[in-house]
Structure formats: C-alpha cells, structure tokens
Design a binder for this molecule. Sequence first.
Ligand SMILES: N[C@@H](CCC(=O)N[C@@H](CS)C(=O)NCC(=O)O)C(=O)O
Length: 219
Amino acid sequence: MLQLFGHPFSFYTWKALIPLYEGGLPFTFRVLGPEHPENDAELQLRTPAGKFPLLLDGGKPVFEATGIVEYLAATRPECRTLLPADPAAAAHMRMLDRVFDNYVMANVQRVVGAYLAAPAAPDQAVIAAAHKDLARAYRWLEKWLTEEGAPQGVTLLTCAAAPSLFYADWVLPIAPEGCPRLATWRTALLALPAVSRCVDDARPYRQWFPPGAPNPDRD
Ligand SMILES: N[C@@H](CCC(=O)N[C@@H](CS)C(=O)NCC(=O)O)C(=O)O
C-alpha cells in the first residue's frame, strides 16, 4: 500500500495527489500537523530536508514532488501517461516542469515567506521583487501557450501547473486582459476532477494562507 505524507493545503502535496487521484490508486494519506506527531517524525527520518510530500511504497521512500510523479509514471500502469513515451517530448515536459517549480512556485514562496517572517509588516521590497519575477513568468507562459497551445490530458505538466497557478493567482492575479490564455488554462486545470478534489479538500484551511486568501466565492 502506498502512503503519502503531506497536507491538503500544501501545493507540493497537490502535485503528488493529482496523479494518485487521476490513476485511482489506493493510498493512505498521512496528514502532517500537530495532531499526528508520528507522521512528522517519520517524514523527518526519511527525507533529506524534512520537506513534504513524501511517498512510501512499502518501505521505499520517494521524495521531491516531481520525483513522486516520475516514480508513479514508471511503476504504475495507471500513471504511465503522465509522461510522453517519446524521449524528446518527455525531456521538453521535464523542462517545463522546472519552469513551474522554479519561476512560479518559488516566487509564490518568496511572498509567503515574507508574510511568515513578519505577518504585520512583510518586507515590501521582497514582495515587489517576487511580483516582478512572477509577472515575467506569466508573460513567458502566455507566449508559450500561444506558440504550443494548452496541453491536453493529465500529465506531469498538469501536476506542476495546477497547484502553482492556483496559488500564484492568489499572490498576483493573472489578468485575463494581459494573459488570456494563461487565465483560461488555469480555469481549465482547476476543473479537472483530480485537481478540483485537491481544491475542495483544501477549502477548510484557506485562512492559513499567510498573505490572505481571496474572496471565498472564487478559487
Ligand atoms: N522541492 C520540494 C519542495 C517541497 C516543499 O517546499 N514543501 C513545503 C510544503 S508545500 C514544505 O515542506 N514546507 C515545510 C518546510 O519547508 O519545512 C518538492 O518539490 O517536493
């Protein structure tokens, strides 16, 4: 039986949950938090940095969200289509996966980090720099979508893009006037059953989002 260590509100946990849900794979969700100290103890023991998600397949630990998606694609027939069979297409998808972690999610984390460090007076210079870099990533993604079109199916790209664009839009809204394709793609991603399940399961925790969650009537 697979075991996933993570939290329903964590974007990198979503990245691992999406392929599990999409593939209909049975797993035990070992939620992290003060109510389950034993889960945190095991996470600390099994991972190099204590970061989540962590997947346990029997006794085998698999960490880094992308590593988990890759592992599921390699070991579970239900997940084989997460990566293209063609090696060049797979390499292209892996490159795009890095764009979402390094230039979308990392900038969301910079803003979140500024609020965690000083909730009442977050460093405005840090926030402005993160917004600038995020806006640049949005422009690049809009151009990419114009050239290549919105990706189809549930793949590694879905696992990377859906959580990062979900939270990025909370930090710096993706303006439909400036980035219409990106805004439309985000909406389409959130409508995928595996993704909407993550969004719904995270609703009770929205007040935890350090910069403040948007109006509850929009995702
Ligand atoms: N590179 C890691 C990043 C994971 C990560 O930053 N996870 C966050 C939760 S979304 C975390 O563990 N935060 C707690 C910490 O940094 O101690 C991955 O892709 O899995």
